[in-house]
Design a protein around this ligand. Structure first.
Ligand code: NAP
Length: 294
């Protein structure tokens, strides 16, 4: 028996006996844009696939991951708060996910679950597609040293930045990130500076790519900025905030008023989705198909 499951955007997804299922696990997960993005990708390529949000309570995480194998679910994305917690339940990790200790995509290949991290590569994709710049040979400044910062830091180093500067409110986290990058990439040039220090302003003047990875600027902290000063801003700067709602954040609006080019977080969200879609299906989807759903 057929069931018309989704009539959004005027296109019907027909669930049949052959439909392949992907999804996203997190808690909560109802706010996620991923079901819309992946559904748009399936429609654009005429795939008989569907993508479902799975709100998983913490005590049911292990049984949910085991359930992916038993139900033959092709793969899932993983969001807050499980990007690290899922790791013990997987059979293997990609080299990038192992280095970062974080998984945002799980692929089920004949019952073997492999964890990947596509967040950082998603950011690079958005930089290339929307800012039309490559990080190769550029110096970049990263504000924050949490999970998203880690994935972006590794992706920037892999993409060949000439120097990576990092600051963070909590010193030991930024030191740990620098250490982990240098273990994986002994030739990488990584410099840390104290958050909101004068050295930070000097480094910001030198770096053409500046990225906020803290939640400062996101509800309920819409008025907060990762750095108050705008004296370092020039029209050569690309200032990026991985927060995607609101766009622009107050900080992006400030630096744009000073002449900087700005990039919000929607492209990173689309980028990680495009890379996850490829891991699930083996197919490519056009950037704009997912980007316009964010
Ligand atoms: P996380 O692991 O908790 O890291 C948060 C980072 O922000 C840490 O470096 C933390 O510093 C810093 N921070 C938090 N509150 C701060 C404050 N009041 N003042 C100064 N620094 C503060 O979080 P995450 O997973 O990396 O996510 C961070 C942000 O990225 C969130 O806004 C999230 O929505 C966004 N994000 C966007 C995408 C996308 O696709 N666009 C993907 C992932 C995440 P400490 O070390 O001192 O705590």
């Amino acid at each position: 028996m057929e069931n018309l499951a989704d009539e959004s955007h005027g296109a019907k997804i027909v669930i049949s006996g052959d439909t392949k299922i992907c999804g996203i696990i997190g808690y909560p997960v109802s706010h996620s844009a991923s079901p819309r993005m992946h559904a748009a990708a399936y429609r654009s390529l005429g795939l008989n696939w569907a993508y479902v949000p799975f709100p998983v309570k913490p005590h049911e995480l292990e049984s949910s991951i085991r359930g992916l194998q038993s139900l033959g679910i092709m793969g899932v994305n993983v969001t807050i708060p499980y990007k690290e917690a899922v790791i013990p339940y997987l059979h293997e990790l990609s080299p990038a996910a192992a280095r970062m200790g974080s998984v945002n995509t799980i692929v089920n290949r004949n019952g073997r679950l492999t964890g990947y991290s596509t967040d950082g590569q998603g950011f690079i994709l958005s930089l290339e597609r929307e800012a039309r710049i490559s990080p190769k040979g550029q110096s970049a400044f990263l504000i924050g040293a949490g999970g998203a910062a880690r994935s972006i830091a590794f992706a920037l180093v892999e993409a060949g930045v000439s120097e990576l500067w990092i600051s963070n409110r909590t010193r030991f986290r930024v030191d740990a990130l620098k250490h982990d990058i240098e273990v994986a990439y002994p030739d990488a040039k990584v410099t840390t500076v104290d958050d909101r220090s004068i050295q930070m302003i000097h480094a910001l003047e030198e770096c053409k790519i500046v990225i906020n990875t803290t939640p400062l600027g996101m509800p309920p902290n819409e008025d907060a900025r990762p750095i108050e000063s705008t004296q370092w801003v020039t029209s050569d700067h690309w200032v990026c905030d991985i927060i995607y709602k609101p766009f622009p954040t107050r900080w992006l609006a400030d630096v744009q008023a000073k002449g900087a080019n700005i990039l919000g977080g929607a492209g990173m969200l689309a980028g990680q989705g495009i890379l996850a879609f490829h891991l699930f299906t083996g197919l490519e989807v056009a950037y704009d198909v997912m980007r316009r759903e964010v």
